[in-house]
Ligand binder design. Structure first.
Ligand code: FE
Length: 187
């Protein structure tokens, strides 16, 4: 970017706008998609069949991603996403990837010892569940739809959004229960 600026190709203001756009994308977009899928089973079906157009229904532009696929975590299958080569990530939905996602220990251990990699991040998947590791790449990015926590049947879609963490949409955690959410301190 500095080279572009020094050569007068882009101005400081243009650069600032691009950087702000990149960082303005937050996991909230992904959480909105997941919450809608929890409350609307028809939407969930559309999401699992064609994630691009389902996100578009919520005004989220995923055209930067060549192929976006949503994977639903169930009581029998737990998906977790890694990019073994670099740090491919569904940025329009989740913003910037966390440091650990880009780290070599996560990228390698997710493949050789997925449960160990999850434990390193403080997560133990439910007993007896099959953990499936999905390798993201430049062509294909994934959004995990976490299991809907018990005791959330009465919650509104907006209240559900708050339970859906970034990590739960990478598949390295579960969505928060309402009780856990109460304890989260936002700094
Ligand atoms: Fe990558």
């Amino acid at each position: 970017l500095r080279v572009l600026k020094d050569k007068g190709i882009v101005s400081t203001d243009e650069m600032r706008r691009v950087v702000e756009e990149i960082y303005s994308e937050t996991p909230t977009n992904g959480a909105r998609v997941v919450a809608r899928s929890w409350v609307d089973s028809d939407f969930k079906e559309r999401l699992l069949n064609d994630a691009h157009s389902a996100c578009g229904e919520l005004g989220i532009d995923t055209s930067d991603i060549n192929k976006l696929i949503a994977l639903e975590n169930t009581d029998s299958t737990h998906y977790m996403v890694v990019c073994t080569l670099c740090s491919c990530y569904p940025r329009p939905l989740l913003g910037q990837p966390p440091i650990w996602y880009k780290s070599f220990p996560y990228r390698s251990k997710a493949v050789t010892d997925p449960r160990g990699a999850l434990l390193d991040l403080g997560y133990t998947p439910p007993e007896g569940i099959e953990v499936v590791v999905i390798d993201s790449n430049a062509d294909c990015r994934y959004l995990v739809v976490p299991r809907r926590p018990a005791g959330t049947e009465q919650l509104s879609e907006d209240a559900l959004v708050k339970l859906i963490t970034r990590d739960s949409m990478i598949g390295v955690a579960d969505a928060l229960t309402p009780e856990e959410n109460e304890k989260v301190v936002v700094d």
